[in-house]
Every structure is written in C-alpha cells, then in structure tokens.
Design a protein around this ligand. Sequence first.
Ligand code: PGA
Length: 253
Amino acid sequence: MKTRRPIVAGNWKMNKTLAEAGELLEGLVPELKDVDSVGIIVCTPYTNLAVAKEKLAGTNIKVGAQNLHWEKSGAFTGEVSADMLKDFCEYVIIGHSERRAMFGETDETVNKKVFASLEVGLMPIVCVGETLEENEAGQTAEVVGRMVREGLKGLDQEKAARVVVAYEPVWAIGTGKTATPEQANDVHKNVIRPILREMFGEAVGDGMRILYGGSVKPGNAKELFGMSDIDGGLIGGASLKVADFVGIVEGAF
Ligand code: PGA
C-alpha cells in the first residue's frame, strides 16, 4: 500500500490557442471533478494560464506553468517571474528536457528556478532524465543522480518536501517508446529515492513524489503507476485529449 498520494500532471507544451484551451478545460472538468485520490494538474502555456485559472476555479484540478525566470523582476525581455506566475497557478515545471536541449537550461539555472518558485509558494515539478546515448552508455544513474543533486542543491527539508520530481528519460518523450515499468521503477527506487533520502532525510525523502514521464498513455498508465516508487506521471501528448488524459488519471486510482 502506497502512502504517497499520486499526481498526474499534464504538460501541454506549446499547444492550444485560447479557444482550444477553453474547450479542453471544459471537457476535463466534468470527467474529473469527483476524483479525490489523485492530484491533478494541467501545465499550460503562459497565454492560457488566465483561462485555466478561471475555468478550474473551485475544482480539484490545479494549474501549473512550464517555466519561469529566477529573478524577481527587471530587464529580462520575454521572461516571467515566480511572483507573476503566483497570480495564476500553484505549480511550475522546471528543467524539462526540451528546455535543457533547446533553450540552454542547466542544472544551475534549474536550481535557481527551484529556489525562486519555492520562495513564493509555487511547487516545482523538477524534470530529470538521460538521453538515449547516455542510457546506452550505461550512464543513467550518473546523469540522473547529478541532475537531482545539482537541481535540488541547498534546499532544506521544509522546501524539499514541496518539490515534485519527474523522471523523464529523453528517449521516451514523444517517441511512443515507454520505459518498461521495471526500468522506470529501477531509476525511481534505486537512483532518485536514495539520493532524496540522503539529501533530505528518510522521512522527507520517502514522502516526495517521483513522477514518470515519457509516452504515458491510458493503456500503460496503470502498470507504471502501480510500481512501488512511481507516484504518478507527467503527461505530454496524451494530456491534449480529454479521453486520454482522463484515462491516465484513472490509471492512478
Ligand atoms: P510525452 O511527453 O508524454 O508526449 O512523451 C512527456 C513530457 O515531455 O513531459
């Protein structure tokens, strides 16, 4: 019996106009409104945060963003701060592999963003994961371990307890190639969990949620989420369709 309440978070990435977002949100609410055993989050583009806040107000579905800047305010054209996000949402994805690969995100910027989000009360979903090349070279534990240690460096127990970690092997994102439940759980249980326990103590480390992400679908969600250290999922493509996202949430019951 697992004691950690699972989380299923949708990562819409760069998808959905305002009208499309409204339609998706309106489709999700009636389907998911009675779910209380799973934490449900939708992480929308910045441009959809206001409509998500409005349509999800008073429901069990929480809103998240997909990135932030670590500075409070100032001359950072195109960026959005934690304080600004706080007006719209409770969660923020940090260090997604697409940001690491395409937009210069590093362990150091991840760490600064984690601090910035926690400081204003936003809960970070911190993504870690190895590339196919690293995986094939047997470097998974080393790479994932480094991302966890560096990304969460310097947090005290109180702050760490508010962090959600997402293990997303890069080779499984948007590829249709899912890690097997055993493969994913091995990284959660034998790489990430022991580091969290070492860094933040056993109680905090055991209580932190570690989500799996990478081609999660209604058909494989239940088996993945049933593993001992997989506490839900971060869902990309399948979070853009009501039936698929609902099916995945149901996999976490
Ligand atoms: P996917 O993406 O579910 O489309 O593989 C997951 C993610 O990038 O968070």
